[in-house]
Design a protein around this ligand. Structure first.
Ligand SMILES: [Zn+2]
Length: 187
């Protein structure tokens, strides 16, 4: 059985289990649609985010900080299989290697498109950048709203969770980890 067939069967079973009729007109095609959707939103499963950095440039003399602001993403909470979504602030202090902004965005997509936890996603992205570019410092701040909390009234809609990850060594730049984090969070 293909992966898509397995998802279709599973979704049909859930529809039946909640007391609905899987053969009702509006629901008949739902397992197929969900299977197709899941292939896309879980396309990061088993892919190392370091693979996003297909092109890395050597830049010996450029010490300027690279910051990518407000990159939006959508992920799926692995505890409830409901979306969490928000924005990421991604920054690094190059130490000889830089990459295009599109590679950072791609790495974010790879860690987002899998059953995920916001804390782990933040660390995985920081680690991927750290490993691909070996910068003097890297920081990632993620702000996200979780449907599993807001839909059930555990939190009010619009309330967000903030996570951050910083990796060193911060040996050649003037900034330390907390200063770099503060710079990333500046509006
Ligand atoms: Zn959840």
């Amino acid at each position: 059985m293909t992966q898509e067939d397995q998802i279709r069967q599973g979704v049909a079973a859930i529809i039946g289990a909640v007391g609905e009729d899987p053969n009702r007109e509006g629901l008949r095609d739902t397992p197929r649609r969900v299977a197709k959707l899941y292939r896309e939103i879980f396309s990061g499963v088993g892919v190392d985010p370091v693979e996003a950095f297909t092109t890395v440039f050597e830049e010996e003399h450029d010490r300027s900080v690279v910051i990518l602001k407000d990159v939006s993403f959508y992920s799926m909470c692995e505890h409830h299989l409901l979306p969490f979504f928000g924005v990421a602030q991604i920054g690094y202090i190059p130490a000889g290697k830089i990459s295009g902004a599109s590679k950072l965005v791609r790495a974010l997509e790879l860690v987002a498109r899998r059953p995920q936890l916001q804390e782990r996603m933040t660390s995985q992205l920081a680690d991927a950048i750290h490993s691909a570019l070996q910068p003097d410092g890297v920081a990632v701040v993620i702000e996200a709203e979780h449907f599993c909390m807001t839909m059930r009234g555990v939190q009010k809609p619009g309330s967000r969770i903030l996570t951050s990850a910083v990796r060193g060594p911060f040996s050649t730049s003037d900034m330390g980890p907390s200063e770099f984090l503060a710079l990333l969070q500046r509006r």
